[in-house]
Design a protein around this ligand. Structure first.
Ligand code: FE2
Length: 229
């Protein structure tokens, strides 16, 4: 058994998307896809001879439009999967904490990770890496000021993720400084937010006062329709 793993980067929104596949069965999943890269994903799947089983989303994104709907049209057998309360208006496979999906012998365990949104998920893949979406970012975490976000919930989620084995790799949903991967041990050492008490953490996040993502008014309704509008 071997995991095939690829990280894609969208330069417009600084978004990471991921390909996960089992080298033996050739079953694969794409995670947090970006609509403008559909051709690239198709080329990758075809060149590797992979069968698309799941289109996973860590949450409804506010900064880019997903490719799930477009890819579902091209690969009708693929299931769009995200948190059961994400509010999708298209058919999807509802996920919740502790759901485990399989790509051949590769496991993908669902970790409910509220904080950035009220329906965010992380995915624990192959028991050696976490795709942390916009929850645990490298030396930071996702903002919590819209889409049902909560800095208190984020604190608890980060505490939970911090308890994974120190060698567990962390692959975030975004990075704005060119970094691509970290691990739990490194984050415990370098992520200043993981060193704060709950009250200090809440004060810190509420001090951020970030502008809303420039595409939020388009992206959220589009993503509730899987990028088909
Ligand atoms: Fe997000």
């Amino acid at each position: 058994m071997a995991l095939i793993f690829e990280q894609f980067f969208d330069e417009d929104s600084f978004t990471f998307s991921y390909l996960l596949a089992d080298s033996l069965s050739k079953e694969c999943a794409l995670v947090d896809t970006v609509r403008s890269h559909i051709e690239k994903y198709c080329h990758d799947l075809h060149s590797r001879g992979l069968t698309l089983k799941y289109l996973l989303e860590t949450h409804i994104h506010a900064d880019h439009v997903t490719a799930t709907g477009g890819l579902k049209k091209l690969f009708p057998q693929a299931l769009i999967a995200m948190h059961k309360d994400a509010g999708l208006v298209q058919d999807f496979l509802p996920l919740q904490d502790n759901t485990t999906l399989h790509l051949g012998s590769i496991s993908v365990e669902v970790i409910f990770s509220p904080g950035h949104t009220d329906h965010s998920l992380s995915f624990y893949v192959n028991k050696d890496r976490i795709l942390s979406g916009d929850t645990l970012l490298i030396d930071s975490c996702g903002r919590t000021d819209f889409q049902g976000g909560s800095s208190r919930a984020m604190y608890d989620t980060l505490q939970n993720l911090s308890k994974f084995d120190p060698g567990t790799l962390v692959y975030p949903g975004h990075d704005y400084k060119g970094r691509r991967v970290s691990n739990i041990s490194e984050q415990l050492n370098t992520n200043p937010l993981l060193k704060l008490s709950l009250e200090s953490f809440v004060v810190e996040l509420e001090s951020w006062k970030l502008p809303h993502p420039k595409h939020i008014a388009v992206a959220v309704p589009a993503n509730l329709n899987c990028g088909l509008v």
